[in-house]
Design a protein around this ligand. Structure first.
Ligand SMILES: Cc1ncc(COP(=O)(O)O)c(C=O)c1O
Length: 374
């Protein structure tokens, strides 16, 4: 049987990894400035992570959500402390898209309304509701296209208010920083005004922190730079350093009703062991501070080049926007310099390294980048 051929692949076969380094099947070592799409938060194969998963799988790997799993409560406690959202509740699921599905569903249950506002250049995932909230018609099938979704330009408060004024909007969903759309950072003022508007029109503000959360920007969640407190916060990617896991944080005014949300795998023992070790390492190794410092170091030292249009980012979520297509630069970084990077669209190199990236590793990238550009 062949694989359903939907991914464009680089001809690299990783077999081993540690920290920010990956080795392929030929023994070549690569520096990882992409974290497998922002997933590797505490570094590849962190010893604490390996130990937590190994210990847990030796005890019990899975049972359903019909029994008490104390690891879920332990995670909720630790997550509340580190994020500053101890008064919110936690629902656990399996991925970023599922978190966004659950968030809009919950907002719709809560308000009794069915329309959602999203933003141009958004990406919220590929399941039915999440993809309908994603501003990319190429990945929205006819079956997904019947949701009631309106798109506004990021930053256009008047357009949002016009949509909200009909009174039928359940939620506004926005990324802490747009990732796939090109590292577009909503201004703090815009986020605050958006939060006020949602309150005024009784719509739920959903912050998609799947990519921008979990310490990536140097605060636990990107929206915390603006000092707002959304109705629902969605998580995925870095939450368990590569073990599939997602979740949503829900503000206290939401009332849980038995059966309103559910999942088979969400909150399973292995995901919880992985997620707990991630939080321990994030605090034990000051990874938020590291993300701030090393991110600032990269932003300060990107070489001036006539092809670079703009450099945007916060912490270790950085976009290098070019006037021209970046495919050849990315290929050269990977195959000549052995450095993994990502892209957003055709003209942006996107950096989403593990949060433990050191200044020396950042310099290795910066020097290689200069050489590739010259
Ligand atoms: C902001 C954002 N939301 C949601 C998702 C979907 O996450 P997943 O691929 O885990 O479903 C992504 C994935 O890239 C994302 O960047």
């Amino acid at each position: 049987m062949e694989l359903f051929d939907v991914y464009s692949l680089f001809d690299v076969v990783p077999v081993k990894a540690s920290g920010c380094r990956i080795w392929d099947d030929k023994g070549s070592c690569y520096l990882d400035l992409y974290g497998g799409h922002a997933v590797i938060s505490i570094g590849h194969s962190h010893p604490a992570y390996i130990e937590a998963l190994t210990e847990q799988v030796n005890k019990i790997g899975f049972y359903s959500n019909s029994v008490v799993n104390p690891l879920q409560q332990e995670l909720a406690g630790k997550l509340g402390d580190i994020s500053g959202y101890g008064d919110y509740t936690l629902f656990l699921d399996n991925s970023g898209a599922e978190s966004n599905e659950n968030a809009v569903k919950l907002a719709s249950f809560h308000t009794g309304k069915d329309r959602v506002i999203a933003f141009r250049k958004s990406f919220h995932g590929r399941t039915s509701g999440a993809v309908a909230l994603t501003d990319n018609p190429a990945i929205v099938s006819p079956f997904n296209s019947h949701h009631k979704v309106s798109f506004c330009e990021l930053g256009d408060l008047a357009a949002v208010e016009k949509e909200l004024s009909g009174g039928d909007v359940a939620a506004v969903i926005i990324e802490g920083i747009q990732g796939c759309g090109g590292i577009n950072i909503p201004s703090d003022g815009f986020l605050r005004a958006l939060s006020d508007l949602c309150d005024r029109y009784s719509a739920v503000l959903i912050l998609d922190e799947v990519q921008s959360g979990y310490g990536r920007t140097g605060k636990f969640f990107a929206h915390q730079w603006a000092g707002i407190r959304p109705g629902i916060i969605t998580m995925g990617k870095g939450i368990a350093n590569g073990f599939p896991c997602g979740g949503i944080l829900i503000s206290p005014e939401f009332k849980a009703v038995k059966g309103m949300l559910g999942t088979t795998f969400g909150g399973n023992y292995l995901a919880m062991a992985a997620a707990l070790s991630v939080l321990d390492v994030i605090s034990g190794e000051n990874l938020l501070q590291n993300a701030r410092e090393v991110g600032a170091h990269i932003l300060d030292n990107i070489p001036a080049d006539f092809r670079i249009k703009e450099v945007r980012g916060r912490g270790l979520m950085i976009g290098l926007e070019f006037n021209t297509e970046v495919a050849s630069i990315r290929k050269s970084l990977l195959f000549d310099k052995h450095i993994f990077t990502g892209v957003a669209g055709k003209n942006m190199i996107r950096l989403l390294p593990p949060l433990c990236l050191s200044k020396e590793e950042a310099d290795t990238f910066l020097n290689a980048f200069k050489e590739v550009l010259s």
